[in-house]
Design a protein around this ligand. Sequence first.
Ligand code: SF4
Ligand code: SF4
Length: 147
Amino acid sequence: MLIPWRKVDAWTCLRCFYCCVEYNVYLTSWEAEWISRAYGIHIELTPKGWRLKRAGEPCPFLRRDQYGRSYCLINMDKPRACVSFPFVITRRPLRGESDKLAYYPTGRDRGVYVYVRDDCPGVGRGVPLEKALRRTLIKLGYMRRVA
Ligand code: SF4
Ligand code: SF4
């Protein structure tokens, strides 16, 4: 289920890699081109866009180290879809114009609507949500870091 961000108090990534198995991962066209060239893997073009992996199947970049810990092989080149998880960030509200609990101002007269996927085990834990969200929005280029 998607919850407006203001209704969630905290989030931290527990590195459980649930999202790397249970979700479809779609890429932008430039990510699809870059990742397929750099890593030599086929990216499928579906009616919904470039799909790195299907829901329910492990990502081809998910690996395990000698201690049984999972990690992402392309951590430095992680697609935007992975960087943004568990947030769903949209320019338009998903539930009508009055969806104020989802609005996040990203600059003067600008903002986005943000929802949180409640099946991520890190939801409700660790860092205050606004701090984690702000960090994600800066990483994705929706807003600038303020010195
Ligand atoms: S499901 Fe949530 S806690 Fe687990 S790796 Fe993904 S973002 Fe992190
Ligand atoms: S690219 Fe990395 S973070 Fe994204 S689904 Fe694959 S293993 Fe997970």
